[in-house]
Design a protein around this ligand. Sequence first.
Ligand code: F6P
Length: 737
Amino acid sequence: MRRTLRFLLPLIGGLALLAVIGYVILTRTTAQWFEKDLELRSQLAVESARTSLERHWTEAGELELILGDITRDERIMGTAACAGDALVAATPAFPGSVTCAYIDAQLAVAASWTGTADLATGAVRVIARRIVDHDNKHLGALVLVHDVSFLARREATTRNFLLAAFFILALSAAVVTLLAARFAWRGWTRELRRALSGDAADPADDFRPLVSDVRTLVERLVGEREEGVRAGPWGPERLRTTLTEHLNGERIVILANREPYIHERDTDGKVVVLHPASGLVTALEPVMRACSGVWVAHGSGGADRDVVDDRSRIRVPPGEESYRLRRVWLTEREENGYYYGFSNEGLWPLCHVAHTRPLFRTEDWAEYVRVNQRFADAVCEEVDTDDPVILVQDYHFALAPKMIRAALPRATIITFWHIPWPNAERFGICPWREELLAGLLGSSIVGFHTQQHCNNFIDSVDAFMESRIDRETTAIVQGRHRTLVRPYPISIEWPLSKLDDVPATEDCRTAVRRELDLPADALLGVGIDRLDYTKGIEERLRAVDDLLGRYPEFRGRFTFAQLAAPSRTKIERYRDLNERIETLAAEINARWSSGTYRPIALLRAHHEPATVYRYYRAAELCYVSSLHDGMNLVAKEFVAARDDEQGVLVLSQFTGAARDLSEALIVNPYDLTQATDALAVALRMAPREQRERMRSMRRLIAEFNVYRWAGRMLVDAAGLRRRERLHGRFAAMRANA
Ligand code: F6P
């Protein structure tokens, strides 16, 4: 009703305005017509009586008769003949208030005059004309008085007519609008319902954009409700609640090559626990502690077998034991082919634009297939329902999703690819591209850090697979199976529990400077990486070299500590990189050393988190110079460690993190001059600006932490499960019908 009124009121207003304008124009025009009419009638009366008037002007009796004839015209009330200011003759109804003296005065300047006089009975129109004879002798004036009261009557009639017309029109418009609105609304609602319910195979053209908008809105609302991404912080508790609410508290099974805890023996033969240098572990371990369940991984530690039970299981974290680690043992041949070979000499360089050629060997592929099956079997042994939630991690397990689905068709499999996904052309060089895609499409959801990587994946599927791509929901459909493709930018735990045991910033500054044999006021930069050619460590060291060359103020004052964890050292390229970096660091040190001063401190070893966080806290800057990186969690860890809100992050534009941490100094690591200048800017940056940048980045990581990352994936998975169950029920109903 309100909607109809909203339409109706302006319509009635418009009609009223039209009526007023019509009224003004009509009264004005008719008044002009009547005036003209009176003029013409007077003129006619005078002209037709002119000869008689001339002839009998001086004969009062005759003159009265002529004047009487003129007043036969119904509009003429009375007539009079004046000679100068004296009345010669007049008809009986001629008003006495119109005097010859007044008329004479008006005709002193013109041959005729028209005016209005107000009588007790109403207004009259007075028309006076001079009368001259044939010899042009002025005889006097003829005065006609017209009754114009009919003009007011006509005006009133017009007004009434227009008012009535307006009311009838307004009423008709209201009725027609109401009826039309009611019928149109019914039809519109019916059509919309059909279109939204999917009954209308092809919704009418007019509805198509609307239907699409409504669908999008509904999907978004449903998504938001499902996601539970309500305002407020995400933490372990909320993630647990999300799991309980959305997935009935089902246990999660994580499949990842790297294990979260590695057992080794120290030089005394004592078993020690190591935390691997792995972004994947950094992100997923807090999630697992929050959710509990099973983590299936390669048992790679020297003492790993010594601590597990007879089913290769152990409860972790040590001392807390909130979830289970299931270790899978690999032979050397399997590890060489699956991990070093196909994963790290094939897929790793294929996916990273770091200008290192991938190596694809048939025997590596065979091991990759075999080991994926072994891990898939281990996962299936660890589940306790036929529709478990399984999180498959990274490029080591592209085939596992399809293998798991073959054994557990009702499983919800979320695969997260932690590294970039190349464009289709680049991906197409892999001899087993179809097999890799088919394996991944066994997942319910495939996640990447960025939308760009999602797009690249979808393009690859489009180029090499038989499937339908639903671009509206970014899903890939193969028969009745649907795989969603979604960006989930990964993050870290917030607040970082590992910081609990790390000393305060000032203490870290002092301790680290003492360890590195640096003066208390030395400026310190830090880089923390696995020794990997994608990390741009050579570019980073060259930037330090260039800084000392172009900014002499930092010579003898600035030291860059590179903590480098040896990684994949069985691979020749990694060994080469090791040597190159060592040589480069030595060259730079030789160039700029003086006394005890060394510009580069290359600390090549595995460093436990406590050490890493001490260095983050001690440094003036952290330089992350990756040539290509899915996310890079070192950048986020550095920010998380700096609760003093000081320190500057210099960050490569080729990391996923650069999309989130825009207050870092973003650089192209290949552009040496730019990177060097950024280091100088960082070292000179005022504490206030450091605080502003750091505060803003900390706020972002606090909000978008790893619990939220996991929560979003789990809620998406829950939504998918619900939909699949509903579709299953519906299909069963139809089959039984
Ligand atoms: O960066 C990709 C990645 O798989 C990370 O997820 C992980 O932190 C890192 O590589 C570790 O590699 P690896 O397990 O081979 O030491």
